[in-house]
Design a protein around this ligand. Structure first.
Ligand code: GRF
Length: 211
């Protein structure tokens, strides 16, 4: 581990939270120079909140219905994130598009994991099984996972790292999901670990992880 100051991490979730679990496992194994101090969900029944609870991490449901606009919701998120002194935000299955209220104060400090090799199969409507269905319908021979910084272009921020998965002739969206999610867990852990060790360097859209 590096001499970097330990980071406070917030993980934003909407669903099952297997990627959250991967980071929790890495943290418990002592691989992350930082701590998940907060898990925020926009869904009251997200299983990810159970995972946070089990790991002794503060979980929080922030109800989108209490805010008139997406900007107001993101302002509320920033208030909470600021109060927890968050250094890094990880979107791990967060099914909301972020506005500048959140993007600007956390520029290059928000990482998303996406279940395809971006820029293929990204953007509006490309989430969950839709992504794997689209990859199969197109007939690509390789798909995979992408970890990227988040900006105002949906799924279009600078790519940090990718992991390739071979598509087999008999794959279904479900089998592809199983193969890709496994790579997502590995990739996200690697990238969060590198971020917390100050090992990610950037030159415009070129991003590099220092060995
Ligand atoms: C993952 O496929 C991730 O790439 C996408 O949403 C899914 C979340 O899965 N952004 P989980 O909640 O981490 O299991």
């Amino acid at each position: 581990m590096s001499n970097a100051a330990p980071k406070n991490i917030a993980v934003l979730v909407s669903g099952h939270g297997t990627n959250l679990q991967a980071i929790i496992n890495a943290q418990e194994a002592g691989l992350i120079n930082g701590k998940i101090v907060l898990v925020i969900s926009n869904k009251v029944d997200a299983f990810a909140l159970e995972r946070a609870k089990k790991a002794g991490i503060q979980g929080m449901f922030i109800n989108p219905k209490t805010q008139p606009t997406n900007e107001d919701y993101d302002k509320q998120l920033v208030q909470v994130l600021t109060s927890y002194k968050i250094d890094l935000i990880v979107l791990a299955g967060w099914l909301r598009i972020l506005t500048n209220e959140l993007l600007l104060p956390y520029h290059n400090r928000i990482i998303n994991i996406h279940p395809s090799l971006l820029p293929s199969f990204g953007g509006a409507g490309m989430y969950g099984m839709n992504v794997h269905r689209a990859a199969l319908e197109y007939g690509v021979k390789y798909t995979g996972a992408t970890a990227h910084f988040v900006d105002d272009n949906v799924d279009g921020g600078a790519v940090i790292d990718q992991s390739v998965v071979k598509v087999d002739y008999d794959d279904t969206p479900e089998t592809l999901h199983s193969k890709v999610i496994h790579e997502e867990h590995r990739l996200l852990t690697k990238v969060v670990r590198a971020y917390c060790d100050d090992k990610i360097v950037m030159n415009g859209r070129q991003v590099h992880i220092i060995d």
